[in-house]
Design a protein around this ligand. Structure first.
Ligand code: NI
Ligand code: MN
Length: 231
């Protein structure tokens, strides 16, 4: 059993069976959908999919405060280290590593990953996603920001994730129509939609996705920011 708390947009806190806290794509300050009054008081593992501000804005501050293992691509980890973050685990697509009881595999994503640092845009490697391998054998696919791509079928063949976190907002990522195809390619029976509604431009809705995947028997699990659910 894993506790999942959506912190708005693409940010999630997971509490593993072991009690370990995993924070994914930390964007708290300035996140319009960040739940009011939510306090992060501990982080064991931080995962970062790519370098855009809405996925790393609070990474340096939180990593320095709570000293988690920080897992991201090699370039983002190198940048974090220049900011004084320790205990990074830079990796690349296809690779896996273990942090506590969680194993992660870095997947492809069709997106960009520049890091805004002051007035400069730094090279942030390539955008990625993660397969999360939990201690009980269940697996989730955390797509990160991405378009749909046919290699999601390979991740189904390799890992058969039970749950998928998919962006649906459009404009910067896939829209509900692409997400419906992504759900089919990855084969997950439950989809948590993310990266929508934060700004008016992110127009995709969970209802649209639910309509499109109904025939496939896929459950669209719409979370409320700040409300813990169990999976
Ligand atoms: Ni992005
Ligand atoms: Mn984004």
């Amino acid at each position: 059993m894993i506790e999942i708390i959506w912190l708005g947009h693409g940010t999630f806190q997971l509490k593993l069976e072991s009690g370990e806290i995993v924070l994914i794509d930390p964007w708290i300050n300035g996140n319009p959908k960040s739940p009011q009054g939510f306090k992060i008081d501990h982080i064991d593992t931080m995962l970062i999919t790519h370098g855009h501000f809405d996925h790393v804005a609070d990474a340096v501050q939180l990593a320095k405060k709570f000293k988690p293992k920080v897992i991201a691509n090699f370039e983002i980890c190198a940048w974090l280290e220049t900011k004084g973050v320790q205990n990074t685990g830079g990796m690349n697509k296809g690779g896996s590593q273990t942090a506590g009881s969680l194993k992660v595999t870095m997947t492809h994503a069709l997106h960009s990953s520049g890091i805004q640092d002051g007035t400069s845009m730094l090279y942030g490697g390539e955008a990625a996603g993660f397969i999360l391998h939990f201690a009980d054998g269940s697996k989730a696919y955390f797509a990160g920001d991405t378009s749909v791509f046919s290699d999601m079928a390979l991740y189904r063949e390799l890992y058969a994730p039970d749950l998928a976190f998919l962006p649906i907002g459009d404009h910067y990522t896939m829209d509900p129509r692409q997400a419906a195809l992504a759900a089919r390619l990855i084969g997950a029976k439950t989809v948590i939609p993310v990266h929508f509604g934060t700004f008016p431009i992110l127009t995709g809705t969970p209802a649209e996705l639910a309509d499109l995947v109904k025939a496939d028997g896929v459950h669209v699990w719409e979370l409320q920011p700040g409300t813990a659910v169990r999976w």
